[in-house]
Design a protein around this ligand. Structure first.
Ligand SMILES: [Zn+2]
Length: 476
């Protein structure tokens, strides 16, 4: 993978440049000030965050628990340790079979706990949401006895990530550490975007609910990516590392206020002024949180812990109530309803300024919500197996790009069904979203992310509007 190679390169540079440096904040500052490294960074397209990650990963022992002021600077060394554990697991180093088996069992237990709190079936790929890891910890902490248990738990999560079983935020205390690094750096933003851009001819991709940043595929050369989320650092399977989002509350405000806040944030973090209003150069990609709209929620309902009332006679999947009052999870579902409505308002308003938008959600409860009725003229349905994936994952996409008709590899963007769908073996897809216990991710496809929107789909959508593409650089 190209990213991996780049990071290896940076490792090599770091080792050379940082020889003799102390592994503390002073050392980091000197590293940051190194003009040779800066030059190389610009040429490599790497972000500063990636370099720090490389730095942290290669020198965890020295950086760990170094003083930060009178407090402590804690650097997570889980990635290195996790890689070590991974190689053990993969049998690259000699290890007693019983130990390997023990590790595997531990990983399965953690995976089950995570799947359970995330409201997913086992075998379905896991995209964690904020707080999931912490909740899962309470279910499995008995397995991690003694001091350092919580850390060990995170290492297991890291191994699962590196094995392609898991992605998302993990409640690591990384945030604090990065903040320190940014502060030490005296400026902020990612290297990739720290260029003075004339926004007049550059595409701006605004990503609501960026998560693992799959909408990055929409970027052409020189485009500005604005990944907005409530979580800053998220592990992306595709990138094989943590990706950084711009943190913003997307559940409040108005269309106008939202743009003003984005402009402010982007100016502060990326040093780019997006202008006083959105324009026809802006793409808005929206991925609402899936959890409370998920189909798997109905099986949770039976266990009495669902988000929505799947048996409500309206068929509209309202947030779950008990005795007339919203349950705790019902409240989250109601909050997500409110947020999606706000996003749609923003999309409508921005559309009058020329913005193209799309909102994606796996087929589930969202399409049944009453507020989506007004969007009926904008809906498409695709199957991800028609876009090169091993799972079907039927997905709704609402979009203002009227010229887009789903094609994919099948001509319709839909699964061809038994005997004809390339992603099927016998009567089922190689991977399954709702297939439950037997549908384990196996083989090559196991590394591919299932929570991500397929790149082919994103590009097909982006290319649909010819007039728009004429303005862009970088879209064929
Ligand atoms: Zn199919």
């Amino acid at each position: 993978m190209a990213t991996k190679r780049r990071v290896q390169q940076v490792h090599a540079w770091l080792t050379k440049i940082s020889a003799g440096m102390e592994g503390d904040l002073v050392g980091l500052k000197r590293l940051v000030d190194n003009t040779g490294l800066k030059r190389r960074l610009q040429g490599s397209g790497l972000s500063t965050a990636e370099v720090y990650w490389a730095w942290a990963a290669s020198r965890p022992e020295r950086l760990q628990r170094m003083e930060r002021g009178s407090r402590f600077l804690e650097v997570p060394d889980w990635r290195r340790q996790a890689l070590g554990q991974l190689s053990v697991w993969e049998g690259r180093t000699a290890e007693a079979p019983s130990r390997v088996w023990e590790q595997e069992r531990l990983q399965q237990r953690v995976l089950r706990a995570l799947a359970s709190v995330a409201g997913l079936e086992e075998g379905e790929d896991l995209l964690l949401e904020p707080g999931d890891a912490r909740l899962a910890w309470h279910r499995v902490k008995g397995l991690f006895k003694g001091a350092g248990g919580y850390r060990e738990f995170h290492q297991v999560i890291a191994v699962l990530m590196l094995r392609g079983k898991l992605e998302g935020p993990v409640d690591l205390e990384m945030g604090d550490w990065w903040e320190e690094v940014w502060a030490a750096e005296g400026r902020s933003g990612t290297g990739r975007q720290e260029v003075a851009l004339d926004t007049a001819f550059h595409r701006i991709v605004v990503d609501f609910g960026a998560g693992t940043q799959c909408a990055r595929a929409l970027l052409g050369p020189g485009a500005i990516y604005v990944p907005l989320d409530t979580v800053r650092w998220v592990y992306s399977r595709k990138a094989g590392m943590m990706v950084e989002n711009l943190v913003m509350d997307l559940s409040v405000g108005s269309a106008e206020d939202m743009w003003a806040r984005i402009r402010e944030l982007v100016l502060a973090r990326l040093g780019v002024d997006l202008g006083g209003q959105p324009s026809s150069l802006v793409i808005l990609w929206m991925s609402p949180p899936c959890k409370t709209f998920s189909r798997a929620d109905s099986s949770n309902r039976i266990r009495g812990c669902g988000y929505r009332d799947h048996r409500h006679r309206s068929g509209m999947r309202p947030p779950l109530r008990e005795g007339g009052k919203l349950t705790e999870k019902g409240r989250l579902a109601a909050a997500h309803d409110k947020m999606v409505q706000l996003w749609l308002e923003v999309a409508w308003e921005w559309q009058t300024k020329g913005v193209r938008w799309a909102l994606e959600n796996p087929v589930g409860s969202l399409v049944r919500r009453p507020y989506m009725r007004a969007m009926d003229g904008y809906i498409r349905q695709v199957d991800y197996c028609a876009y090169g994936r091993d799972d079907m994952k039927p997905t709704n996409i609402w979009t203002s790009v009227s010229g887009w008709n789903p094609v994919g590899t099948t001509g319709t963007g839909k699964c061809l069904g038994k005997g004809r769908c390339l992603a099927m073996q016998g009567s089922r897809h190689k991977r399954s979203v709702t297939g439950g216990r037997k549908a384990k991710a196996v083989g090559q496809g196991a590394q591919a992310s299932k929570s991500e929107v397929p790149e082919m789909l994103l590009l097909e959508w982006a290319r649909a509007e010819k007039e728009w593409n004429g303005v862009w650089h970088g879209v064929e």
